[in-house]
Design a protein around this ligand. Structure first.
Ligand SMILES: Nc1nc2c(c(=O)[nH]1)N[C@H]1C(S)=C(S)[C@@H](COP(=O)(O)OP(=O)(O)OC[C@H]3O[C@@H](n4cnc5c(=O)[nH]c(N)nc54)[C@H](O)[C@@H]3O)O[C@H]1N2
Ligand SMILES: Nc1nc2c(c(=O)[nH]1)N[C@H]1C(S)=C(S)[C@@H](COP(=O)(O)OP(=O)(O)OC[C@H]3O[C@@H](n4cnc5c(=O)[nH]c(N)nc54)[C@H](O)[C@@H]3O)O[C@H]1N2
Ligand code: SF4
Ligand SMILES: [Mo]
Length: 685
């Protein structure tokens, strides 16, 4: 008689997508025999609706990748050579602790981390406690969103806005500086639902993205000209009196002054600056002024230029002018993260600084910081980020990382460009292997992530590493013994969220009003939408939003006549997933999209290898003559691993370390270049 083989039991484990994406999806992992066999979106979570993006549906491939780091490594060759020898955890951690103990001053130690995981446990708790106790330099985490975020805070009072689900009820949606289909897929579902109900969708983006293709209209403005467009819209709202005077009187501040400013921006002037037809601006203003409810989905793509803060402020003023906030399907959303009452003091323990006020280093200018000989960084501990690939002005960044006297620790899942420069590489767990708790910047739920499988090899969670280092440093505060699950419970004060519900279903929803600013009540000092910001004026800045031209405006330089933007590739998440073969196969290779006229003027055929260069550096890649590019603007889609690029570089070889007007943020999309045909193979594809 044949006996059926015992079928090992399948279990499902609830989790959360850890990536830096507004959607923060709920995950369900199916585990059999200790192996993750399936990963799906949680169908019970309304925002996820059972759907994951292509990238994260390959998360098991990423977790089980043959090149996962599985043991600690010690450098055995020159810096950057990527030569390492495996060592035990004890050897690695003892050596790192020994180095930390002999620093001349704790400020010479710098943590460098961003949102490789957005989890509060693995991203902003035990690590922060550890560095606070040390008194290490503080990191100003500006690399993505601070221009827009601080602009929003000056205007609306915080990273607050519409509830994303109500976009489905809007009648006009402006998708402003965002490729929703690529980077905010679950918002796009709501936009489509709105469209089925008759809404008009307008995409405002220099690039004709896949989102622009699917909208009713595309306004292909030049990079860094969004404030001019927003001011011209205000101009039209004023001259046609498409204003909600009652809302303006009761719930805004500085109307007279803003009115005067906006009247300086007739559509003809904005059309010149933005490089778009005047009629398009006039029509957009009419639609925005006469359609209720109208909603704006801004994203961070429009604030990576010199005037990014002012632009975000100008746009954030619009819904108060028309009273769009009165309706739950009206207003603006850039980020919802300010709506969460996270107990950061409990997670990060700033009290461990014990009165010390260490210097702050801006992560955007890490290139300059690592080359500063007056106030040097001697020890660098990198986790949840890949700065050698993603920070601007790579030649400076690489020179800094290559310093023989810099002691660098990189905690990573993979041997990234940054890990190549480490003295010690520590293998990190993935989201399937550790605990975490997540908020979102695109919806308003809290998610819990339970480990589904055991860590690969000797990989350990970030929190584990910092606990172990704390022990070796002799830190005895009880908070250094909190385990990862305990930290999940510390993220919110008692009673703020329903933790039982969170445990049972993997997510729980914040209790929030449907239309939070229908009656004003903005979290600004005045309680009003602050067109004029006394706080900005007190800092010596313009109290009103204005158009602040790019450092490198399109058309301003005969040597570098093309504006280059470098938005994300759809199948990568910043530099994550670039090493996942099935996704890289979709993206192909690093590309520069260029308009047919700009290509023809340079004798560049589709598929030719081109040299893209400016005073900061040069980068070679394949050109794609593309209908997605407007004349005068090229797109270097990011963010490739340098070592996979033609000359071991990527687009950040060309970007600058100059900062935004508000928020000290990067200006990745404020970058002039020249492009020329390279001697290399042409039209090979
Ligand atoms: N697939 C995918 N999803 C992602 C990411 C990714 O790398 N890949 N990145 C994640 C991260 S880190 C973030 S911060 C979020 C948000 O990420 P965002 O950076 O907002 O990403 P996108 O939605 O691609 O929006 C950028 C869009 O802005 C456009 N743009 C560039 N310059 C300007 C300008 O001056 N004005 C205007 N109006 N538009 C401009 C670009 O062409 C691009 O289409 O997305 C996240 N989601
Ligand atoms: N030219 C150009 N440059 C850009 C941008 C652009 O649009 N154009 N976008 C910018 C933006 S918006 C952002 S947000 C930044 C993003 O830059 P980064 O924050 O550096 O993001 P990633 O490149 O995804 O790198 C995250 C790394 O964290 C690792 N990681 C993930 N989870 C864990 C974990 O649990 N533990 C540890 N130790 N490591 C983990 C991943 O393996 C990955 O290598 O890039 C910026 N750079
Ligand atoms: S990257 Fe974004 S869309 Fe993709 S699974 Fe994660 S949260 Fe969802
Ligand atoms: Mo970002």
């Amino acid at each position: 008689m044949l006996t059926a083989p015992a079928t090992p039991e399948k279990t499902t484990v609830l989790g959360a997508c850890p990536h830096d994406c507004p959607d923060t999806c709920a995950l369900v992992t199916t585990v059999q025999d200790g192996i993750a066999v399936k990963l799906q979106g949680n169908p019970n979570h309304p925002h996820t609706a059972g759907v994951l993006c292509t990238k994260v549906s390959r998360y098991i491939e990423r977790t089980e990748h043959a090149e996962r780091l599985t043991t600690p490594l010690r450098r055995s060759g020159p810096k950057g050579s990527g030569q390492f020898t495996p060592v035990t955890w004890d050897v690695a951690l003892d050596a790192i602790a020994a180095r930390l103990k002999v620093v001349k001053h704790p400020e010479t130690i710098l943590p460098y981390s961003y949102a490789g995981t957005m989890g509060l446990v693995q991203g902003e708790s035990m690590d922060r406690r550890f560095f606070n106790k040390l008194g290490a330099s503080q990191l100003d985490r500006t690399i993505c969103s601070t221009a827009g975020a601080e602009a929003l805070s000056f205007t609306l009072g915080g990273k607050v806005g519409m509830r994303v689900e109500f976009f489905a009820e809007s009648k006009l949606i402006l998708i402003w500086g965002s490729n929703s289909i690529g980077s905010n897929l679950h918002f796009w579902r709501h936009a489509q639902a709105a469209r089925r109900n008759g809404a008009r969708l307008v995409c405002i983006d220099p690039r004709k993205t896949e989102t622009a293709d699917k909208c009713d209209e595309h306004i292909a403005l030049l990079p860094g000209t969004d404030a001019a467009l927003a001011l011209a819209l205000m101009h039209e709202l004023i001259v046609h009196d498409w204003l909600d005077h009652d809302y303006i009187d009761k719930h805004t501040l500085g109307w007279d002054r803003l009115r005067e400013r906006a009247l300086q921006w007739p559509p003809s002037r904005a059309a010149q600056v933005c490089g778009v037809p005047e009629a398009q601006i006039v029509a957009l203003a009419q639609a925005y002024g006469t359609t209720l409810p109208a909603a704006i989905r801004m994203n961070y793509g429009m604030q990576r230029v010199r005037g990014g803060g002012n632009a975000a402020r100008a746009i954030a003023c619009l819904p108060a002018l028309t009273g769009a906030w009165r309706h739950r399907a009206g207003g603006v959303l850039l980020s919802s993260s300010g709506l969460y009452p996270i107990d950061r003091a409990a997670l990060q323990r700033p009290d461990l600084l014990a009165g010390r006020t260490p210097r702050t280093i801006n992560m955007t200018t890490i290139g300059d910081a690592l080359n500063d000989t007056v106030r040097p960084v001697d020890v660098l501990i990198v986790y949840n980020s890949n700065p050698v690939a993603i920070a601007p002005d790579s030649s400076k960044v690489v020179a800094g990382f290559a310093r023989e006297d810099l002691f660098t620790v990189v905690m990573e899942q993979f041997q990234t460009d940054t890990a190549d420069y480490a003295d010690y590489v520590l293998p990190a767990t993935t989201q399937l292997e550790h605990w975490d708790i997540h908020t979102s910047y695109g919806h308003t739920d809290v998610l819990l992530n339970r480990p589904a499988i055991a860590p690969r090899g000797e990989a350990r969670s970030n929190a584990w590493v910092f606990r172990e280092l704390a022990r070796r440093m002799g830190f005895t505060e009880p908070c250094f013994s909190d385990d990862d699950e305990t930290i999940c419970r510390q993220a919110f004060a008692a009673g703020v969220i329903d933790f039982d519900e969170l445990e049972a279903q993997g997510f729980t929803t914040l209790r929030l009003p449907d239309a939070p600013y229908a009656e004003g009540n903005f979290p600004t000092p005045s309680g009003r939408c602050e067109f004029f910001s006394a706080r900005l004026a007190a800092m010596g800045q313009d109290g009103l939003p204005d158009h602040v031209p790019n450092y490198e405006p399109a058309g301003s330089s005969p040597d570098y006549p093309l504006a280059m933007i470098s938005p994300p590739a759809r199948n990568f998440l910043n530099s994550s997933f670039v090493n996942v073969r099935s996704l890289r196969a979709i993206e192909g290779e690093p590309l520069l999209e260029i308009h047919a006229d700009d290509a023809a003027a340079r004798g560049i055929d589709d598929g030719a290898i081109v040299r893209v260069f400016n005073a900061r550096g040069e980068y070679r890649c394949r050109a794609e003559v593309s209908r997605r590019a407007r004349a005068g603007v090229v797109h270097g889609l990011g963010i490739w691993w340098r070592k996979l690029g033609l000359d071991g570089t990527n687009v950040n070889q060309l970007t600058s370390q100059r900062l935004t007007d508000i928020g000290r943020g990067p200006t990745f999309y404020d970058c002039l270049v020249q492009v020329e045909r390279d001697g290399g193979p042409s039209a090979a594809s």
